[in-house]
Design a protein around this ligand. Structure first.
Ligand code: UGA
Length: 456
């Protein structure tokens, strides 16, 4: 129930493992797209899997919650829990769905297991979802199980993550729910961790807080390497060789974006206040992220010298490469600051341009006109004094020399350290890379074209 990014990947993974999956989304446009085998999102491998499972009839889209609750024995709630007021999550889509499901369950026979997959703060399933579901359905424990099963899918590799999870975490309060969930996940080859519902909800928030903290930690250390004249990637490689630290999720960049980290950390903090427990680590991760956003603008400013009247191309608008999702993308504050500083800004993304344009024009862009939405990277770069690489889509990393030649000054601020020395050399680029000390700080727009580039 609820076919957003997470719902669809989860549903298709179950279908691929041989379960019969019925899917319902409140949006009729999403339902008809899915039925036609067309994915509503850009996600590697999703559309192929969708088409195959629609054809095999293991993935069936239904038009009503009544049909869903009559057909499916185990119902996963995959509703969004967006940021709400005062740092809380907005539970209204989930509550609405639970009420409707409860009403539908009154007209259905047999035991049902309802599983909260949406990200909800610890305590939500037991104190809100379960009582609401029991009240609206009129069902006791003999006819209705309620459990939680948080997801750990990352956008851009959702299909792989859903098909091959590293762990399955279930929050259950009775043996039957556990048996059913274990059966649903049979064959996935992942260890199953059994907790209480609030324990499982805490695993989800703990995971995202810890991951966000890792990213923020790398970003903080990258400020040191910039000042000390070393390279953050070299430092992280050595740091991460200690198995107690590990090499992953320590790639410094423009700061974390996406629909989860910021929202989850804020909700976690608010929940901590309610419970009277500390959330200092989440606070630190958020504070460093904010700091990094400001630092990125300073970095761009220092590369440009002055921004007023300059033409700047921002490449990569998604919150990371591999997705068309722009929620909380660092591209927004970057573009906003550039426009406010008087630059002429052109933006490009291979798949997220439409989403970015819609969000920009519907938000801060209403009062900040003048951004040009380029349909090709070459178009964005023509006559530019400076380019900012925000998301490292593979097509940018090739950087053909005609792109540099089309720029007024072949200067790039590389926020992901993604342009290889060979590509820089070939394309005659000067690069100022985030987290790398002694970069192309001397290369100002208007200065002579680089005859050869240096490792930045
Ligand atoms: C994140 C988690 O990784 C998933 O496990 C979780 O299920 C999901 O949130 C969720 O709660 O739904 P996602 O937001 O899709 O997944 O993307 P990530 O790959 O975690 O990246 C988040 C942000 O951190 C991006 O802006 C990314 O560019 C940034 N990041 C990530 C870095 O800057 N450096 C890194 O080393 C890793």
């Amino acid at each position: 129930m609820g076919v957003g990014y997470m719902g669809i990947a989860t549903a298709l993974a179950f279908a691929r493992r041989g379960r019969r999956v019925f899917a319902y989304d409140v949006n009729p446009r999403v339902r008809s797209r899915l039925r036609a085998g067309r994915s509503p999102y850009h996600e590697e491998g999703l559309e192929e899997l969708l088409r195959a499972e629609v054809r095999r009839r293991r993935f069936v889209v239904v038009d009503t919650v009544q049909e869903l609750s009559a057909s499916a024995q185990c119902i996963f709630l995959c509703l969004p829990t967006p940021a709400g007021r005062l740092g809380r999550i907005d539970l209204s889509p989930l509550r609405r769905a639970v009420r409707e499901l409860g009403g539908a369950l009154r007209r259905v026979h047999g035991y049902r297991l309802v599983v909260v997959k949406s990200t909800v703060v610890p305590g939500t399933t037991e104190s809100i979802v379960e009582p609401l579901l029991r009240r609206t359905s009129g069902r006791g424990v003999d006819l209705l199980g309620v459990a939680t099963n948080p997801e750990f899918l990352a956008e851009g590799r959702m299909v792989q993550d859903a098909l091959h999870p590293e762990r399955v975490v279930v929050g259950v309060s009775d043996a039957r729910s556990l048996r059913w969930l274990a059966a649903v996940y049979k064959g996935f080859g992942a260890p199953l961790f059994q907790l209480s519902p609030s324990g499982a909800e805490l695993v989800k928030y703990g995971s995202n807080s810890f991951l966000a903290l890792k990213v923020s930690f790398a970003n903080e250390i990258s400020r040191w390497t910039e000042v000390l004249g070393s390279n953050i990637d070299d430092v992280v490689r050595a740091l991460g060789a200690d198995p107690r630290i590990g090499p992953t999720f320590l790639r410094a960049g423009p700061g974390f974006g996406g629909s989860c980290f910021e929202k989850d950390l804020r909700a976690f903090r608010t929940r901590a206040e309610e419970l009277g427990v500390p959330a200092c680590a989440a606070d630190a991760a958020l504070a460093i992220n904010q700091e990094q956003t400001e630092h990125v603008s300073e970095l761009i400013q220092s590369a440009a010298g002055r921004l007023k009247g300059r033409t700047v191309a921002v490449l990569g608008l998604a919150f990371k490469a591999g997705t068309d999702d722009v929620r909380e993308s660092r591209a927004f504050p970057i573009v906003e600051r550039l426009v406010r500083d008087g630059a002429r800004v052109r933006v490009h993304d291979p798949v997220a341009l439409r989403n970015f344009r819609r969000e920009w024009n519907g938000g801060v862009g209403r009062s900040l006109p003048g951004v040009r939405f380029a349909t090709s990277a070459a178009g964005a770069l023509r006559g530019a004094d400076l380019a900012v690489l925000q998301a490292d889509w593979p097509q940018y990393l090739e950087w053909p020399s005609r792109w540099s030649q089309a720029m007024r000054t072949p200067l790039v601020v590389d926020l992901r350290r993604a342009l290889s020395p060979a590509a820089q050399e070939r394309a005659g680029l000067r690069v100022l890379a985030l987290g790398v000390g002694g970069g192309a700080r001397g290369a100002r727009p208007g200065s002579p074209r680089a005859s050869s580039s240096r490792r930045s």
